[in-house]
Ligand binder design. Structure first.
Ligand SMILES: [Zn+2]
Ligand SMILES: [Zn+2]
Length: 507
């Protein structure tokens, strides 16, 4: 096993005992994330001066987003808490450590009210929700002149989650609550399941695809079956597994030649989409080289496809086996995953301090080049637009480059200003941009915002809609527990408008 993978996993194993991210972040000072143990990463040693320089530069880039980061978590930070928990539990060191963790909850004993949960972490989460979420009863609406705003304090007996300020308001608004109550109960049980101490076979990942076996990307069932995932037999395991696999599967489902999204009547891929995606597929599905041993049949290996994952948060700390699934889906391609964003080292405290910024590594990237023979991962704690301006990744090539924005909150009032500089640069590259949203509303707000800010200088490559490979697990927003969302619920794609510069020779 490659060293970087070990390092990444050891980082993940630290997550187990953490409370919800919002609490943790709130209690930390600005840049507090840097004051963790100063262990050289991957054996690289840094001089104190270099470390200081690195910290300062990160601190600078961090000072602006700090308020944003907190605010976004507090206002729209759906799912970051939940996914951090899943990630920590998906870590093989946690799940396979034999006697280290003994089961605390039986599979038939997963429902507990959050406040009276046997799991301390969930009790702390209940306290957080009660402190921050407001009662949704119409009486509290501003302008109605009825009742002042009030925090939630009453836990619905059916879902066990604090949802109203009082039993009276809960009973009075019961019909509205019923729309989400079943889902909330499922979330409650899934959260307890995750901390039940059971063995998690669903976090064992399938190895390379057999040469002659085609993967079927029609839906999660066919994907897991044809990829020979073992032991995902029930809905709960499916929900836990897809919470992580949604990241590589969402990317693959758009780019793969066997994509479930089609072009033509009823399909979501547009004419422009077909052009862009075909270019990438040309690189991702190269013809077999013939494989001869003699000099004549040697072929130059194509450079890797660069996937720029911007605004990266929890996804950058996914177990590497999850990302390697992408490599298994494109066995003849090479990938370079580049996570970029001020929060791209979230959950990876053990890997601090960051490597110093040097002429050969100007952005202090953490490089994991042995994740898989055909996959390399780099992580950069900075804004993409700061890097773009330097020309560091230039030139961009539609056959080799693609941007991915997982729940970027482009149109969210708390985060859209952060994308204002970035989006025009992405459009300028003319490389495809795949984006996702937590809910339909979240995604549509992003689409509207991009259309408005780009003043029409964009082509939609894939129409917005539900993601075939969304997380099947639902998450609650701790600031508003009835606001239910799913990781990568929806997906769409776009790029900067391309104008034909050559005359068509045919047709
Ligand atoms: Zn109320
Ligand atoms: Zn309920």
């Amino acid at each position: 096993m490659a060293l970087p993978e070990l390092a990444a996993r050891s980082a993940l194993s630290k997550l187990g005992a953490r409370c919800c991210t919002p609490l943790r972040n709130q209690s930390r000072p600005a840049n507090g994330f840097l004051q963790t143990q100063q262990r050289p990463f991957h054996g690289q040693r840094s001089s104190p001066a270099a470390v200081d320089g690195g910290r300062q530069s990160v601190a600078r880039s961090r000072s602006a987003p700090q308020s944003y980061a907190t605010m976004k978590r507090l206002s729209s930070g759906f799912a970051q808490t939940a996914i951090s928990s899943v990630i920590s539990l998906a870590n093989p060191q946690d799940t396979k450590s034999g006697g280290a963790r003994s089961p605390v909850l039986r599979p038939d004993d997963l429902f507990h009210s959050f406040s009276d949960s046997p799991v301390p972490e969930i009790r702390r989460r209940a306290a957080f929700i009660k402190q921050h979420a407001s009662c949704p009863h119409p009486d509290h609406q501003p302008g109605t002149g009825n009742t002042a705003a009030a925090h939630v304090n009453f836990e619905c007996p059916d879902c066990g989650i604090p949802v109203y300020c009082s039993k009276e308001h809960w009973a009075d608004d019961y019909e509205a609550h019923l729309e989400v109550c079943d889902t909330l109960r499922q979330i409650n049980e899934d959260d307890h399941d995750l901390r039940s101490g059971r063995f998690f076979p669903e976090f064992e990942y399938a190895g390379p695809q057999m040469d002659e076996a085609l993967v079927n990307l029609t839906n999660w069932d066919t994907f897991l079956y044809t990829r020979q995932f073992q032991a995902i037999n029930d809905d709960r395991s499916m929900r836990q597994a897809t919470r992580l696999l949604t990241y590589p599967a969402t990317i693959a489902s758009v780019l793969h030649e066997l994509s479930p999204y089609s072009f033509g009547p009823g399909g979501r891929i547009t004419v422009e989409g077909l052009k862009s995606i075909s270019a990438l597929r040309y690189t991702l599905h190269p013809p077999k080289s013939g494989g001869g041993q003699d000099v004549k049949s040697l072929r130059l290996e194509a450079p890797p496809v660069r996937l720029f994952i911007l605004g990266a948060r929890a996804e950058s700390s996914l177990p590497r086996d999850v990302w390697v699934q992408l490599a298994h889906l494109f066995p003849n391609a090479r990938f370079h995953l580049i996570f970029i964003g001020p929060e791209s080292m979230a959950n990876r405290d053990d890997e601090f301090p960051l490597p110093p910024r040097t002429p050969s590594n100007p952005f202090g990237a953490i490089v994991e080049d042995r994740v898989w023979p055909k996959m390399k991962i780099s992580t950069i704690v900075d804004y993409y637009h700061n890097i773009h301006r330097t020309g560091y990744f230039y030139p961009y090539d539609p056959y080799f480059d693609c941007f991915v924005l997982f729940h970027p909150g482009l149109g969210h009032p708390a985060s859209s200003h952060e994308w204002e500089e970035t989006i025009p640069m992405l459009l300028e590259t003319k490389a495809p941009i795949i984006a996702t949203g937590y809910t339909q509303t979240d995604m549509e707000r992003d689409v509207e915002w991009v259309k408005k800010t780009s003043a029409g200088e964009l082509d939609i490559l894939m129409e917005p809609g539900e993601n075939v490979f969304r997380s099947l697990r639902w998450d609650i927003n701790d600031m508003d527990p009835q606001d239910v969302s799913a990781g990568n619920w929806g997906t769409w794609a776009f790029r900067g408008k391309r104008y034909e510069t050559t005359h068509k020779s045919e047709s």
